[in-house]
Design a protein around this ligand. Structure first.
Ligand code: FPP
Length: 248
């Protein structure tokens, strides 16, 4: 572990890492367990990955914990997942504070049970003074929901004469996204073997480096995270320029 951390160049750590945590259900199934046991194990991984992200100097860690599409899963699984997330966050909040981690949340909270939402907001408030890693949970989140909301807000401002439609640009849109206060992700990690972005941060991923691994989320460990960072550091980010332009 120490040796792999040492292979990371501290000067080029991605400021923002986003993760699609997939494979909990398959991890459980492969062991003859209930899907929810996979989610329970997935929570331990969240703890480990938050620790290593903080240790390596990542500034923002966005985790796709629950998509708007996940509301359509069987009710027992939805209830179990919501309960698990709220209980885990409440349990971890004292440690988040101790480690100077600030909790934030993006998503369509109108669809969340109000008690779950209120409990999470309490944890967010309790960590609001922390200045280290920002742990950003995407909960009841989907990118199309976020972009549609942004379009609605911008249209409303234009109709009210607050902005000139001719002046709407990238920055206007970005300012209306749930991630307005954060830089775009530098690195997206998806566990669980699928190669898609599943309605996650579609606008923000425009120039993000993508990293896919077959490892199921419960098996993804600190070493796996370091390996993803090292792979990221081997990539040349050109942002649409030529290789010569970015190296000179
Ligand atoms: C995908 O696995 C995972 C989820 C839908 C939920 C992820 C949530 C957690 C790991 C808990 C998060 C906890 C905190 C504290 C943020 P899947 O069920 O789609 O797996 P499958 O593709 O193998 O069926």
């Amino acid at each position: 572990m120490t040796s792999i951390i040492n292979q990371i160049d501290p000067a080029r750590v991605p400021a923002h890492v986003a993760i699609i945590m997939d494979g909990n259900g398959r991890w459980a199934k492969s062991r003859g367990l209930d899907r929810c046991e996979g989610h329970v194990e997935g929570v331990s991984t969240v703890r480990k990955i938050t620790e290593i992200a903080s240790e390596t100097g990542v500034r923002y860690l966005t985790l796709y914990a629950f998509s708007t599409e996940n509301w359509n899963r069987p009710k027992e699984e939805v209830d179990a997942l919501m309960h698990l997330i709220v209980v885990a966050i409440e349990r971890e909040t004292p440690d988040l504070i101790k480690n100077n981690v600030r909790l934030t949340m993006i998503g369509d909270f109108d669809r969340m049970p109000s008690s779950a939402y209120e409990r999470l907001v309490r944890c967010i408030n309790d960590t609001s003074h922390c200045t280290g890693l920002v742990l950003n949970l995407a909960l009841s989140y989907s990118s199309r929901w976020e972009l549609t909301r942004a379009a609605r807000e911008i249209a409303r401002d234009a109709a009210a004469g607050l902005i000139d439609p001719a002046e709407i640009n990238d920055e206007t849109v970005a300012a209306h996204l749930a991630t307005a206060s954060m830089p775009d992700p530098d690195l997206l990690i998806r566990t669980g073997g699928d190669f898609r972005v599943s309605n996650f941060l579609l606008w923000q991923l425009a120039y993000t480096e993508l990293y896919f691994t077959d490892t199921y989320w419960p098996d993804f460990d600190k070493e796996s995270f370091c390996r993803a960072i090292i792979e990221y550091q081997s990539r040349e980010r050109r942002f649409g320029l030529t290789s010569e332009q970015v190296t000179t």
